[in-house]
Design a protein around this ligand. Sequence first.
Ligand SMILES: [Zn+2]
Length: 213
Amino acid sequence: MKNIYKLKLVKACKELLNYDLVKGTWGNLSILDEKLIYITPSGYDYRKMTPEDICVIDIDGNKIDGKRKVSSEWILHSEIYKKRKDIKFILHTHPQYSSLASVCLEKVPSLIEDTAMICGENVYIAKYGDPGSKELAENAVKYLKNNHAVILRNHGLVTVGETFNEALSAALICEKNIFIYTESKKISDIIFEIPEKKLKELRQKYLEYYKQK
Ligand SMILES: [Zn+2]
């Protein structure tokens, strides 16, 4: 067990409170350390979180350490880590605009260049799965594709990254993009989208820069 990962996760929980991404104890966060997942406990107040409250599980969900009940969404985290070898941090939140998109859209086009770079060319809405189910996890992986954000139907948002900061940026930028999308529809019949070729180039530029860091 590495205390540094527990500390990192606690720090991330506290920082998350500065943004309007979660309500109450909803949402969950995890860090991957080789084959171990450090994850927040189920339904526990982020303000009270200490390193002792963090749960450690293996990739199959077997509990290795932690006195509290593991987040009910651990399958979602484990399935993403199995599929995406470039990811070390997962942030699952229930923010306002992604939740709005989760009930009425198939996908959200990345209208601003930062979204195209950090989230992906589009952000897709995964098919419905019950909270905590394998179905939800598999649908999330399928619709996440190689992006850094995916919206869960009638539920919320999942963003990923190599670090907490990257996953947090993806969540904040995804929210901003949906806000712009919904507001622009109110004031204009025309929405200027970034050409498909440019979307690909922007995303590639980000991934190349990011990998070189
Ligand atoms: Zn949730």
